[in-house]
Design a protein around this ligand. Structure first.
Ligand SMILES: Nc1ncnc2c1ncn2[C@@H]1O[C@H](COP(=O)(O)OP(=O)(O)O)[C@@H](O)[C@H]1O
Ligand SMILES: [Mg+2]
Length: 384
């Protein structure tokens, strides 16, 4: 490029707001950070899978898993604030979000969990990342309120609010989610303060958790309230406006992978992510090949097909910095093999490709970071 051209492109960059560039850079760094966490979490899950609860290392693996999950939760929050995210509301089921949050925040904490989701649960209109943030905050508080451990019970059901209801909210149909702990409880005089920004009774607390829950729920036209008994525990209840569709994931289907043999191609530029996904797929019984960008993936796919040993599925990262990402690669893949089974994977859950992956040629999408069960489910949906 000539100096003059360079000069021009710099000048056009000047036109962008510095703030925007900062925002994009920060977002990218947090994404990379989340990818690293995916790698750590995946390896820890495998380490746990390969060891017994009696092993001396087991509690340390669990502790590492717990703090990494916490880091992951913080990364999600950072991401939301770095993007200055406007909220994106769409039809969503809360049951998957509830199960993920419980898996993220409670398993490995030493507390037990009991998740009771009504099989006919309705869907809501919401921003999935934010609803997850609310649940993560409430679950984290519940875990922290139980130094002597105990059970956290999460319930989700449909309710109809009438004019006579105790909830100060517009009458109509709602989804109610409650999170109950057996912890310290909250003294009555504090009940009106806990939702205030920066209010905390913890030595290293930030007092941001409940304030952000309140803010998010209010922006979803819902309500949140709390009941508590000192020494017995607390129950936080959220109501979110329901729509006339039922949540297909309210009932968990136990998935089975039929014939987990053959090869799967994984495209991701992060070695750590490659290794983790590779190990998970090996664990199921698949052979795995890797590509670090779309170009290499396309070559491998073509070669395997020509050899008469085609890949059973391809898992692709949506974006690859400085290379061809899944978004571009899928177009070529579909023309090489219209029946390709491609799964798009990303932490950018609000990306239109993740939302409506079939419109772009993908068979399914999976949100990073994912665990063995989620990967198994998406593979069974795509390949069975
Ligand atoms: N489940 C709970 N049990 C007991 N106290 C709670 C619970 N959830 C929240 N609190 C109280 O509310 C305060 C504010 O919570 P939060 O906004 O999440 O901030 P932080 O967790 O950083 O203290 C906590 O410090 C605690 O005193
Ligand atoms: Mg908190």
């Amino acid at each position: 490029m000539s100096d003059r051209k360079l000069e021009e492109s710099f000048t056009s960059l000047e036109g962008c707001m510095n703030e925007d560039i900062e925002k994009v850079m920060t977002t990218e760094v947090i994404h990379d950070f989340k990818n690293i966490l995916t790698g750590i979490l995946g390896n820890l899950a495998l380490a746990k899978d390969w060891s017994n609860e009696e092993d001396r290392a087991y509690p340390f693996i669990e502790a590492a898993e717990r703090v990494t999950k916490h880091a992951n939760q913080l990364a999600l929050q950072l991401l939301a604030s770095a993007r200055g995210d406007e909220q994106i509301l769409q039809d969503m089921g809360v049951s998957r979000v509830i199960r993920n949050s419980v898996e993220l925040m409670v398993s490995g904490s030493g507390c037990r969990n009991d998740v009771k989701i009504h099989p006919d649960l309705r869907m809501i209109v919401g921003d999935e990342t934010r609803v997850a943030q609310v649940l993560n905050n409430l679950l984290q508080n519940a875990v922290q309120a139980m130094p002597d451990k105990g059970t956290i019970t999460v319930r989700a059901s449909n309710v109809t609010v009438t004019n006579e209801s105790k909830f100060n909210i517009k009458p109509g149909n709602y989804v109610r989610i409650s999170i109950q702990d057996e912890g310290t409880g909250i003294p009555e005089e504090l009940l009106t303060k806990i939702f205030k920004m920066h209010f905390t009774t913890k030595k290293d607390g930030s007092g941001i958790g409940l304030a952000s829950c309140y803010y998010i729920i209010r922006n979803h036209h819902g309500t949140i309230h709390v009941e508590s008994d000192v020494g017995k525990g607390s129950i936080f209840t959220i109501l979110l406006p329901a729509i006339d569709k039922s949540d297909p994931e309210a009932v968990v289907q136990d998935v089975e992978l039929h014939t987990p043999t053959g090869s799967i191609l994984v495209m991701d530029d992060e070695r750590m992510v490659q290794q983790t996904i590779g190990d998970m797929l090996n664990h199921f019984g698949f052979h795995v090949d890797f590509a670090s960008d779309g170009k290499t993936a396309l070559e491998s796919y073509k070669r395997a097909k020509e050899r008469g040993n085609p890949y059973r599925a391809v898992i692709m990262d949506l974006t690859i910095p400085g290379g061809m990402g899944g978004m571009e690669a899928i177009k070529h893949l579909v023309s090489i093999d219209p029946s390709v089974k491609a799964i798009v994977s990303s932490g950018h859950t609000n990306d239109p490709v993740m939302q409506q992956c079939d419109m772009y040629g993908f068979s399914a999408s999976i949100r990073k970071p994912y665990n063995l069960l989620e990967l198994k489910k998406v593979l069974s949906d795509t390949m069975n």
